[in-house]
Design a protein around this ligand. Sequence first.
Ligand SMILES: Nc1nc2c(ncn2[C@@H]2O[C@H](COP(=O)(O)OP(=O)(O)OP(=O)(O)O)[C@@H](O)[C@H]2O)c(=O)[nH]1
Ligand SMILES: [Mg+2]
Length: 422
Amino acid sequence: MFYDYVKIYVKGGNGGNGMVAFRREKFVPYGGPAGGDGGRGANVVFVGDESLNTLIDFKYKQHYKATNGVNGQSKSMHGKAGCDMIVKVPVGTIVRDDDTGEIIADITEQGQRVIVARGGRGGRGNIHFANASNKAPEIAEKGEPGQEHWLRLELKLIADVGLVGMPNAGKSTIISKISDAKPKIADYPFTTIVPNLGVVQLEPGVSFVVADVPGLIKGAHTGLGLGHRFLRHVERTRVILHVLDMSGTNEKTPWDDFDTINNELKLYRQDLAERLQIVVANKMDMPNAEENLVELEKHLQGKYEIFPVSALNGEGLKKLMYHTYELLKNAPVPAPVLGAMKIVKVEAKEEFTVNKSEDGAWLITGDKIEKLILMTNWESDESTRRMQHIMNKMGIDDALRNAGAKDGDLVRIADTEFDFAD
Ligand SMILES: Nc1nc2c(ncn2[C@@H]2O[C@H](COP(=O)(O)OP(=O)(O)OP(=O)(O)O)[C@@H](O)[C@H]2O)c(=O)[nH]1
Ligand SMILES: [Mg+2]
């Protein structure tokens, strides 16, 4: 199978920080709390797009960070949420967490949307922390950090275009010039024994997949010269580039080669002969090529477009590729090959764990507690007290005590360290 892989980093925006502020109005000496909430961080969202068929664009850009939420303001004004970052991916892309290998999403439909990195919640402003006993709280949360991870994208490549022709016609030379493929090229027939795939990129976002199919011979449709195996790769392609060696002699003319190959295609599957086909007149740098081209044109009677090229020195290939792309635009898209797969959601875990780290500190890990710690503003005494209260309620104090923690032991959670006070 021909798979394309890329690794990319995605990060949701951080939530904006909540604000500590108080109302200041005329004739109201001690106004109530008026600190607004931070805005939500933006998500990174993948959207299935049928017009893409490779992952090549991700090889150039690997980091995708959505925008942060805006901090809350005074006068109870909430910060604005970040605007989601939309990333188009080809239909057929499987998205895995690179660390665990777990499938996060399987993009099987046009327009399908999947959040691959969630933006953080905005921190709450001090208006939320007022109660009967504390009318002027100095507490506000920091924004929740956005989710971040490395993803592995996989796509089964489906060739859009097939390079078909007699052995030694120059198919591998062509694919080596137009794409990133590096096949073996040699001056004898049957150099290529398995198809090579290459991605042709004309411009960023404009690419297609080409298959260099091993040479076909007379009788290929019956399986001769492994013909069956190779023809199967042509079945799925939408445009056929029929490569001819124009340096033909009297014994072996390009037009006879043309008829032989097309006859094999037709005998293998009638509709293959009817597929969009461009004739690539290769080796135009060779003697006799010009005369042969005139003969070939007569023979084809305008039924096929002919592109004279020299793969060896690259002449004519660019024009051929742009024309191929134009044809592909209107050629029907083959049905997706991947069946629907289960979508596994990444949910935050509630529990926490206590471990002793090598330096003797108590290490507490867990999605919820780590998030809460990161959202706490430690400069505020009140926020600190609130956090201590929450940790106690979650059972973290008990867990530390049971694990053997003593007064003054170092405790570490996320980016914060503090002393254990029993
Ligand atoms: N002069 C000249 N030689 C070429 C040109 N293109 C390819 N060749 C030569 O033709 C020979 C065969 O080229 P390949 O690209 O291996 O041919 P192929 O069609 O892949 O052959 P198979 O894999 O056997 O089917 C090599 O020696 C190439 O260097 C060209 O435009 N001009
Ligand atoms: Mg070859």
